[in-house]
Design a protein around this ligand. Structure first.
Ligand code: BGC
Length: 348
């Protein structure tokens, strides 16, 4: 199909969604308005952006009548800027950006100079019109609670336990919110860090940093606060190598994370359904295109309206709920080593 006809079809679809008259020129959507320009941050810091968010956003946006132009900055701030320039020159009705190490802020400025609304998706970006994400502080509180519950189950006193604290990339505004939430629970429980690792979203780097932490605490580890499943997996590999099984936190309900939860190597994960986040962003995009200013249930410290969604803490007995929701499959989870745990926790 020729591009021009594709655009006119999506324009008609968008007009239908918005209840606009298809023939009155002054009510027709402005040029480019049916294109949603999306930039994802990387393909490897987690298992979510390409396999999870991309199809969820694609579906939510096309269902809403948008043409979805979804690109990935591949962990490169310069590439982030180049993609944005290309998208803006083709025309965007809305931009939905997942920040990568601060690259989003200058794109927001450019988009706003052209009157294009920007939704910061999952990660906060200064100057964005809205922020759509799961409630990151609550995610962090759930992670802190995983350590509290895991140590209690192991009958270890949290006040004297040797806990390694780790966090996400400090250049991602989310990382600080996760940590703030986690510390609120851990501090209240009287926990203290035996060692604090440098923050990163690079799983391999998290492994190297954990090796160093492990040496620094002379191998005495009772629990590890890990910011996501990807980092947790690298940390668990080192714990495994040293014959240790201790409570580790995580998030994303990734295949590896859910498997580690089922195997008892990770206390729980935080499930943040991509479909819900993508739908919230696409609903918001439609409202903005109509010129509406939808109410947000939270506000970030810099004043950005925040549409905060509810995350779900997921222990082994709840993994089946992720499968039932269609966000994980038995085939992917219940591989040979995990089959017995799947049977035990009713994942079928
Ligand atoms: C997201 C997490 C993800 C991490 C690494 C964060 O901003 O909220 O879900 O695991 O980035 O990509």
């Amino acid at each position: 199909m020729k591009k021009s006809s594709l655009i006119s079809i999506t324009a008609i679809a968008a007009a239908a969604v918005l209840g606009l008259s298809g023939c009155a020129a002054d009510t027709a959507a402005p040029a480019g308005s049916t294109r949603a320009c999306v930039i994802l941050p990387d393909a490897d810091s987690g298992t979510r952006w390409e396999p999870g968010d991309r199809p969820a956003l694609e579906k939510a946006l096309t269902d809403a009548g948008y043409e979805a132009d979804i690109q990935n900055a591949q962990s490169d701030t310069a590439k982030f800027a180049t993609i944005a320039d290309q998208q803006l020159s083709k025309g965007c009705g809305v931009m939905i950006l997942v920040d990568y190490q601060g690259a989003g802020a200058s794109v927001v400025e450019k988009a706003k100079a052209q009157g294009i609304p920007v939704i910061a998706y999952d990660r906060p970006i200064a100057g964005a019109d809205y922020y759509v994400s799961f409630d990151n502080e609550v995610v962090g509180q759930m992670q802190g609670q995983m350590i509290v519950d895991g140590l209690a189950a192991a009958k270890k006193d949290i006040k004297t336990a040797s806990i390694i604290y780790s966090s996400g990339d400090p250049a991602d505004g989310n990382a600080a919110m996760f940590l703030k939430g986690a510390l609120s629970v851990l501090d209240a429980a009287g926990a203290k860090a035996a060692f604090t690792m440098e923050g990163t979203w690079d799983g391999a780097k998290a492994g190297t940093l954990f090796e160093q932490a492990f040496t620094a605490v002379k191998g005495k580890v009772d629990a590890v606060l890990a910011p996501n499943d990807n980092n947790a997996a690298s940390i668990i590999a080192i714990l495994d190598k040293n014959g240790l099984t201790v409570p580790v936190s995580g998030q994303d309900a990734s295949v590896a994370g859910l498997q580690n939860v089922l195997l008892g190597k990770q206390w729980a994960t935080v499930y943040k359904p991509f479909t819900i986040e993508a739908k919230a962003a696409s609903d918001l995009a439609i409202a903005l295109l109509k010129g509406e200013k939808p109410a947000a249930n939270k506000t970030l410290e810099d004043g950005t309206p925040f549409i905060a969604l509810d995350p779900i803490s997921t222990t082994a007995d709840k993994v089946k709920d992720v499968v039932a929701a269609g966000d994980a499959t038995v085939e992917a989870l219940c591989t040979k080593d995990v089959a017995a745990a799947c049977a035990k926790y009713g994942v079928k």
